[in-house]
Design a protein around this ligand. Structure first.
Ligand code: CA2
Length: 146
């Protein structure tokens, strides 16, 4: 059984409550439910969200310890957290895929969002496709496995 952790950083629990032009109308509970139900045969998908950097790092360590594949939306941590970057590097250097995901296209937004300290250690990046970015990332980890 392949385990996929879909991990989400700060403020994503507020999805669907404001900035629908940027993030769409899907709410966090709707997204979490859709992703939890998206498991293919032989897969389990666990969806989590935290506002706490330390908790997110603990989940990335858990991915290493349980050989889980990871889909990660680091949210604002993307732009400045070297601690999350180092934890992501632990996952990918263990040979596990980690896809960095963004709902919006950060490169089409404010300058500070153009930098990701995560991308350089991620397996790949999918951004700008709304909540479908997560489904595209699931497809990417499946294709890499096949
Ligand atoms: O586009 C993405 O997925 C982001 O990772 C979302 C982060 C942002 O800091 C990144 O630059 C890009 C923001 C998450 C906050 O999400 C909200 C969504 C709707 C309403 C309020 C917050």
């Amino acid at each position: 059984m392949t385990r996929i952790l879909v991990l989400n950083g700060p403020n994503l629990s507020r999805l669907g409550t404001r900035e629908p032009d940027v993030y769409g109308l899907t709410t966090w509970p709707e997204l979490a439910e859709a992703l939890s139900k998206a498991a293919a045969k032989g897969e389990t998908i666990e969806v989590r969200q935290t506002d706490d950097e330390s908790e997110l790092i603990g989940w990335l360590h858990e991915a290493v310890d349980t050989s889980s594949e990871v889909v990660l939306n680091p949210a604002a941590f993307t732009h400045y957290s070297y601690a999350v970057r180092d934890a992501v590097a632990l996952v990918t250097s263990a040979g596990l895929p980690l896809i960095e995901v963004h709902i919006s296209n950060p490169h089409a937004r404010e300058e500070f969002r153009h930098t990701s300290v995560i991308s350089g250690v991620a397996t790949g990046v999918i951004a700008g496709f709304g909540v479908n970015s997560y489904h595209l990332a699931l497809a990417a980890v499946r294709q890499r496995r096949a």
